[in-house]
Design a protein around this ligand. Sequence first.
Ligand SMILES: *[C@@H]1O[C@H](CO)[C@@H](O)[C@H](O)[C@H]1NC(C)=O
Ligand SMILES: *[C@@H]1O[C@H](CO)[C@@H](O)[C@H](O)[C@H]1NC(C)=O
Ligand SMILES: *[C@@H]1O[C@H](CO)[C@@H](O)[C@H](O)[C@H]1NC(C)=O
Ligand SMILES: *[C@@H]1O[C@H](CO)[C@@H](O)[C@H](O)[C@H]1NC(C)=O
Ligand SMILES: *[C@@H]1O[C@H](CO)[C@@H](O)[C@H](O)[C@H]1NC(C)=O
Length: 299
Amino acid sequence: MILLIGLAALAVHSHAQSVITLTPSPNPPPGASRPGNHNFPSLAFEKSSFYAYAGNSTHPNLFSQALIDILQSKDHYNASQAAAVVKPHPPDPNGGLWGYSIGPSYFDALANFNSSKYIWMLPMAHAAGLHMGAEALTQAKLALRNIGSKLQLLELGNEPNLYHEQGMHGAQYDVARYLSEALQHEADIEGNVTAVKRVKYQALAYDSGVSHAVWNEEKAFGAGINRNARIGSVSWHYYQSVSSGGVTLRKTLMNHTATVTKLSRFIPNIRHLYNRNANLDFVLGEVGSVIGPELKWDV
Ligand SMILES: *[C@@H]1O[C@H](CO)[C@@H](O)[C@H](O)[C@H]1NC(C)=O
Ligand SMILES: *[C@@H]1O[C@H](CO)[C@@H](O)[C@H](O)[C@H]1NC(C)=O
Ligand SMILES: *[C@@H]1O[C@H](CO)[C@@H](O)[C@H](O)[C@H]1NC(C)=O
Ligand SMILES: *[C@@H]1O[C@H](CO)[C@@H](O)[C@H](O)[C@H]1NC(C)=O
Ligand SMILES: *[C@@H]1O[C@H](CO)[C@@H](O)[C@H](O)[C@H]1NC(C)=O
């Protein structure tokens, strides 16, 4: 009985909250961005948990499948659209994310989201010279076999600006080295995986804290990342804050000034891409409010 009263009170309370209406001005302020395309929702899974979210070949995770179907059926269908797809314009080494070993059957899971498109990342941190490492190539082949025609793009490395400081490449690792490696990886995929001829790539994937003065689109494109006209999009990662940095809701996560300041760093890169007029998409490919295991909810 007490429980029922409690539930009723809760229902009334949340109903009262749900009638807040927002009335944005019909006239966008000067300098507002062009409208974003909302047709391409996506979810990210850590490599360490993807298999659990997906399930295996005999026991697919039905909850995940239903969730993705709902997201897609709400946002993705446009009966008058001719193109198949219209793209939108911590780990702490001790934190439990690293050190996993996966076997070939892992890749069966990729077949379980059969209505989704995939961007598959080609890991470059352990490249063999400029070439793809043998493990990276093996995994890419297995993945692409299961992804099949659902492949959207191949991503060239993950947060390459961090390779040097994470001890995975020599001190000389810079934009020029990333470019040479990325172009060699494109060639290695072309040479080894006949099924993905003329695939497009997602470049950069720079980390959230990267120095935009050193690692930016002007430098990467100026030096020839799109030399083969194979880049389809450019990805950046964005975290609003790092948990070790005294994060609070008021100061950091729900602070409009802080959000605007941090996101504004991308404007020159967005403008550069737009001015190239090459139909390249800008993607915030990894986004989170806070990175790091602990957050003090000190409002
Ligand atoms: C798939 O997962 C289920 C449940 O965990 C398990 O019983 C089954 O043996 C697995 N099948 C394969 C082929 O690994
Ligand atoms: C649906 O596609 C048509 C044709 O490309 C386009 O004109 C229209 O803006 C699209 N609608 C939405 C909601 O994206
Ligand atoms: C996708 O998989 C579900 C079961 O997991 C199946 O019912 C459906 O027919 C499949 N759809 C396609 C297009 O293969
Ligand atoms: C296939 O990939 C390997 C490893 O990255 C590379 O050394 C080799 O040159 C590639 N083969 C072709 C034909 O491109
Ligand atoms: C919000 O962020 C700005 C810029 O980082 C900072 O100056 C300001 O003190 C913050 N506001 C609060 C209430 O902490």
